[in-house]
Design a protein around this ligand. Structure first.
Ligand SMILES: Cc1cc2nc3c(=O)[nH]c(=O)nc-3n(C[C@H](O)[C@H](O)[C@H](O)COP(=O)(O)OP(=O)(O)OC[C@H]3O[C@@H](n4cnc5c(N)ncnc54)[C@H](O)[C@@H]3O)c2cc1C
Length: 307
């Protein structure tokens, strides 16, 4: 396996300025793949600390995900992080996936439990030969080789956790099992991120010292952000939802330009506050488009340009 830098090393060596990173998702078809590559090439110019590729269960998407993530490692200057979910997989399949990533020189893996395909909020059923929780997959991946593992964290608490103490306890278990950092679910109130950070530090100071990378979503469509938030078992804060509703207007179609402008303004304000609060890196959901994230990075003064 080619040794690549770990995410913790990479974000710790960005030379003063706060690093940023971006999340891509696997393209569904050839057109979407071409669009992804346009975004990849644009981001390459902006020098993100790393890029992550989400993982969708299901045969053809899975094969495309491995191929495209491999191409990011082999054909770009970017440092890829492969997401890997336990849901629907036997342990043998999970081992094979990790092996496929290792063969392509990918040693950074974001380990997740995943949600039930079809109905993410539905009952979680373990594969008969699979794993129950992300913590077990952290151990499996670590046992398989010299991998650098990250996990998910939840500023508002995970929707299946009965309370925030439970949520903190199992996040800390994943970190103790060997995860080196976490990336949060998207959120819209920076206070939730700060409270998460405090909770983890209070629970276990050593694990609390590991980076918690906040995820920011520059909103460009009210309809799609509502759907994404709903599918993650969360909801938009009331005041934000009202502001977005007002920007979207009352026409048959939402006013995308107004929603986008507000979304970029909000993401920039979140970024400024997170930088002031000492966040280790800003991770952006891109939906495989570069423009909105670039605008936020420009406003934050974080977009390097090479070439
Ligand atoms: C940054 C990020 C990236 C993501 N990327 C993807 C992706 O690429 N593909 C995808 O399908 N999904 C992705 N997700 C969604 C994720 O899979 C879901 O949010 C899932 O419901 C939780 O995953 P987890 O890894 O946090 O699970 P876990 O850490 O296993 O936690 C799941 C629930 O079980 C509880 N729990 C954990 N361990 C125990 C235990 N030992 N005993 C009792 N309760 C326990 C937790 O408190 C939590 O409520 C991502 C989420 C985030 C935040």
């Amino acid at each position: 396996m080619t040794r690549t830098p770990s995410i913790v090393d990479r974000i710790g060596s960005s030379g003063g300025r706060i690093p940023f990173s971006v999340e891509f998702s696997p393209p569904r078809d050839a057109d979407a793949e071409a669009r992804l590559w346009r975004a990849v090439r644009e981001f390459e110019q902006m020098q993100p600390a790393f890029v992550s590729m989400t993982y969708g269960a299901g045969g053809s998407t899975r094969d495309r995900t491995v191929r495209v993530t491999g191409a990011l490692a082999e054909e770009t200057t970017l440092l890829p992080v492969a997401h890997l979910t336990a849901v629907g997989h036997s342990v043998d399949e999970l081992r094979a996936m990790v092996g496929a990533y290792a063969d392509r020189g990918i040693s950074n893996i974001l380990v997740l439990r995943g949600d039930p395909p079809g109905d993410p909020l539905g009952e979680w059923v373990r594969h008969p030969d699979g794993l129950e929780y992300a913590e077990e997959l952290v151990r499996l991946v670590r046992d398989l080789g010299d991998f650098h593992v990250g996990v998910a964290s939840f500023p508002e608490g995970h929707f299946r956790a009965p309370d925030l103490d439970h949520d903190t306890r199992y996040l800390v278990s994943k970190l103790r099992a060997g995860a080196e950092y976490s990336i949060t679910q998207m959120f819209f109130d920076v206070e939730d991120y700060l409270r998460l950070r405090d909770r983890v530090s209070r629970y276990d100071a050593e694990q609390g010292a590991k980076p918690i990378i906040p995820e920011i979503m520059p909103i460009t469509s009210l309809r799609s952000v509502k759907k994404m938030v709903e599918l993650s078992g969360s909801q938009l804060p009331r005041e934000l939802a009202d502001r977005l509703d007002r920007a979207a207007g009352h026409g048959p179609e939402e006013d995308r330009a107004a929603v986008r402008e507000l979304g970029i303004e909000l993401a920039t304000a979140m970024g400024e506050r997170l930088i002031a609060e000492g966040a280790p890196c800003l991770h952006f959901i891109t939906l495989n488009f570069a423009r909105a994230t670039r605008e936020v990075l420009d406003r934050l003064g974080l977009a390097s340009s090479v070439g």
